[in-house]
Write a protein that binds this ligand. Sequence first.
Ligand SMILES: Cc1cc2nc3c(=O)[nH]c(=O)nc-3n(C[C@H](O)[C@H](O)[C@H](O)COP(=O)(O)OP(=O)(O)OC[C@H]3O[C@@H](n4cnc5c(N)ncnc54)[C@H](O)[C@@H]3O)c2cc1C
Length: 284
Amino acid sequence: MTLRLTPDYPLAKYTWLGTGGNADYFGVADTFGDLKEFLKTNTYPIHVLGVGSNVLIRDGGIEGVVLKLGKDFQKIEVKDNTLICGAGARLSEIAKVALENELSGFEFMADIPGTLGGGLFSNAGAFGRALSDCLVRTDALTFDGLEKKHTDFSDWGYRHNPIRNVVFTRAVLKAEKSLKKEQIQSVMNDYHQQRKAHQPQGVRTAGSTFKNPKGKSAGFLLEKCGLKGYKENGAEMSSVHANFLINRGAGGNQLEDFVLRIRQQVLQKEGVLLEMEIQCLGRR
Ligand SMILES: Cc1cc2nc3c(=O)[nH]c(=O)nc-3n(C[C@H](O)[C@H](O)[C@H](O)COP(=O)(O)OP(=O)(O)OC[C@H]3O[C@@H](n4cnc5c(N)ncnc54)[C@H](O)[C@@H]3O)c2cc1C
């Protein structure tokens, strides 16, 4: 089946922060062939969405086409000590498959709520490990529909991946080593407990708002500026972890303005310009 576009499509339900106007057009690519064929002929601007756990969509919606990856992209295949994963697969699902196959090195992914594609975009990571530490190869399509494979990740870094204007379609991930299921499970349990203790639970958030500046903690800087638990009109910096933005009823533009004001305060008080980790997308 070819990729069908729906005009004027509401996006708020596709994001964890629950904000955003409509996409001019929205479509789901079920297969690699559909996606490639679509990209080759498409003339609109392209945006890809995973499960929206790292985006803040503005109230004016998104120009052009918003694409999601459908069922063919959710597959996870185990081959020796590698996992071949579609970019639409959840990071938690990848961690689960690795656990079942006694492959370690993927424990950090278990509680990151996004997809592999979204994770590749930002080089997602936690507990001292990031996706680039596990990568053997990424497969992508350029926005013009050309196939690109990458095998060198030496210029990826902390929440940084230099590859832009592509749709990641698949990646091959390599295990660190083989470990007994109980050992892997015990590491996952430990990470899970740490998150439960230090991060807000059951709220509308997109994870860390700002990247940690070199040698510093964004959360600590925010706390030092008295911004832990600070709120304005439905926007809040968590009282559990100061770097987590929580939406309690604000719109996308309001949330972005709030975050920019917070950033300004840190700049004035601490002399550090924090860099956004959340991706702000769309029209005001
Ligand atoms: C409670 C919570 C905890 C979190 N903890 C962590 C953490 O520990 N570590 C961490 O790194 N992040 C964390 N995050 C942030 C987020 O889950 C990750 O960044 C995740 O990888 C984003 O995936 P997604 O599918 O939600 O991407 P989205 O939010 O949908 O998209 C994010 C970006 O990726 C791009 N993108 C998505 N799919 C593709 C694709 N196939 N090809 C190209 N670009 C694509 C989008 O265009 C967008 O720019 C957390 C978020 C929450 C809500």
